[in-house]
Design a binder for this molecule. Structure first.
Ligand code: PGA
Length: 244
């Protein structure tokens, strides 16, 4: 694993964006795996800056998002489809038919998941996958459990994730309790993974994920087994790694 330590969250975003910009320039028809949450916002904003300066072209890029809440329509302001349009898709020249987000309102969720994995294969797999890490060690919505789930599936969200994410909803009860998520194998097929982390709240779990035992109790620990992971983290997120 390569580690790019940065001083602040904004520098983390800049370094992460630099890796994605390099990927896009070196392979203009790259397939990118994208993540949502607070951590990637800066990274997306910087990719938009590059685009506005004429330094990046997304016209042949394809994207697959990691996850989506079950039951939220694409136009709900807390859906990840909405987030991606707001944070990136509406601001660069991505072709809408190449931007893929799971549909949490699909009538047959299992079929939606199977079709998603198949579509990723049809696109030739993901070249570079962006990942955040949850305070409970989740990657995408692969929550702590007694086994890793390999492919895209419906996941029940843990109380910890519900507590963290329900703050973004008007009322906590509105937050869905399950989500569709790429599985560990879906993620692992990516050639390169960029893991981003910011803030003290991620410090302990990041240290456990990268240097503790590989266990489904800490889903991000599986990243120790991937051939090409780059961690971009700010000083607060790196604090437990530095201490140990
Ligand atoms: P965050 O979420 O970026 O909002 O901290 C990360 C995650 O839960 O994977």
């Amino acid at each position: 694993m390569r580690i790019i330590p940065t001083d602040h969250r904004s520098e983390m975003g800049r370094e992460g964006a630099r890796l994605f910009a390099e990927q896009i320039r070196s392979k203009p028809d790259s397939v990118l795996g994208l993540a949502t949450g607070e951590t990637p916002r800066e990274l997306y904003a910087i990719l938009i800056e590059y685009f506005n300066k004429g330094e990046l072209d997304f016209s042949n890029i394809s994207t697959f998002n990691l996850d989506e809440y079950v039951g939220l329509p694409a136009d709900h302001n807390q859906s990840y489809n909405y987030y991606m349009h707001d944070a990136l898709f509406n601001h660069v020249n991505l072709q809408s038919d190449r931007c893929h987000v799971l549909d949490g309102t699909a009538p047959d969720l299992a079929a939606e998941c199977r079709a998603y994995d198949q579509l990723i294969q049809e696109y030739g797999g993901i070249d570079m996958q962006l990942l955040g890490i949850g305070v409970n060690g989740h990657i995408a919505f692969n929550e702590p459990a007694d086994q890793f789930i390999q492919w895209t599936h419906e996941a029940q969200l843990t109380p910890s994730t519900i507590a963290v994410n329900s703050q973004y909803f008007d009322t906590p009860e509105e937050m869905p309790t399950s989500a569709l998520t790429m599985g560990v194998n879906s993620i692992f097929q990516a050639d390169k993974i960029v893991l981003i982390a910011s803030g003290f709240s991620k410090a302990e779990i990041l240290e456990q994920a990268l240097f503790g035992p590989v266990t489904p109790e800490v889903p991000a620990s599986i990243l120790q087994m991937h051939k090409d992971v780059t961690l971009v983290a700010d000083a607060d997120a790196m604090s437990a790694i530095r201490r140990n």
